[in-house]
Ligand binder design. Sequence first.
Ligand code: NAD
Length: 500
Amino acid sequence: MTTELTHYINGKHVKGTSGRFADVFNPATGEVQAKTPLASVDELNQAVADAAKAQEEWAAVNPQKRARVMMEYVRLINRDMDKLAEAISREHGKTIPDARGDVQRGMEVIEFCIGAPHFLKGEYSGNASTGIDIYSMRQPLGVVAGITPFNFPAMIPMWKMGPAIAAGNAVIIKPSERDPSCPLMLAELWTEAGLPDGICQVVNGDKESVDAILDNETIMAVGFVGSTPIAQYIYGRACSNGKRAQCFGGAKNHMIIMPDADMDQAADALIGAGYGAAGERCMAISVAVPVGDETADKLIEKLVPRIEKLKVGPYTSDTEMDYGPVVTAEAKKRIEGLVQSGIDQGAELVVDGRGFSLQGYEDGFFVGPHLFDKVTPEMDIYQQEIFGPVLCTVRAGSYEEALKLASDHEMGNGTAIFTRDGDAARDFASRVNVGMVGVNFPIPVPLAHYTFGGWKKSAFGDLNQYGPDAFKFYTKTKTVTSRWPSGIKEGGEFHFKLAD
Ligand code: NAD
């Protein structure tokens, strides 16, 4: 039986009225397990109008009280960690430990938001000129929107919800239609934590509701995370409609392996970062760049047996799996198409995951692990984000060539270098044209008190997600210049009479 999912509006689950739905699959079996409503323009606009009404009072609640709602929210997320993780795995396909990580990394941003009062402080210059004081304050924008991808249905909605709400805004979340259950549960928990109705609205939908967000005049800012073409489209339309926008796109993260690297450590790192979550992470390493043929040969030799041991299966398995299915049949087909293009364009398929099938789960969207060697920059598998369990090896002749590869790729989300040489690591971190860098660390997702954001076609807009940047994004600065000429006469008396 398929479940009919809802929206979450004004503190309640609300059925969709547009008559349009999207199927939500169980990626492990290939079956449709739920249908999610796709909001109409009217449904979206009504949710925004209700949010705008609620936001006026929320903005007047002092930041410390808002922070207490965050504290309670963290407690509830911890309480419901298992339920949330199960909901993610059921619709996304990732393993339970991965799903818990998804919730954990989102919750860390909410924990950071408990300190929001500190970031909402303004500045003050007393007696900036004779009798003149200047001060600035950070005020909420009003209603803001977050449009989020399928691959982190807990973490990314929380990256948007936490700072927007802590700063005194109301937020509309438009989650991915692939796995909308976890965002709905997250919204419900806000109500339980004491957030007033209307401040966190989850409106499920597709392009129609996204376009309605972009054209809605009440929405002041849009935070998007997803693929690059959609990020670019949303950034353009939101900005031309006068909204503040930050849109984070796809990735092609390179890991440079220097000849002096600890090869076992590098191979282990590549297994986790390349194949974990079936490669469906924007910080996955999808390109290994060993420097020198000897390094490349050693690396491949270490990788192959590790890849062959990977356990692929449903999250419900008794034994712990390394990764699960990809999200949809289309995603699987796209990955298979790219693998074929790699073969056709002359890359060497060292580990062939084609034709992977699991007994009892023949209709699931499982993709076996693949390893390509001798990939070259003009190949499609190098240029495009595969977003699957496919690692490409590009052999570089020198460190400079490896650095140039990572720097010249049009995506610039994350990168890493594995080396024992401090000079090389330092040079790489300083010169590489990419937003987030790991040194002997394959997935350098910054902690919540830093900020997250790639460069080049991995991000459009000029402030990062979470951390201090988020409070800049979700507030506007007002600066007051005030003059209070001294009321005290010579001799200490006031010009006016003090009340008795
Ligand atoms: P996607 O671009 O297909 O969808 C993202 C969101 O946009 C969803 O809510 C979807 O409903 C909406 N959308 C889809 N097509 C649209 C259209 N034509 N018009 C308007 N809205 C549309 O991305 P996805 O497949 O859900 O997520 C995977 C992508 O997200 C990968 O490219 C991955 O690298 C990227 N990602 C980036 C980051 C980052 O921080 N840079 C983080 C996570 C994921």
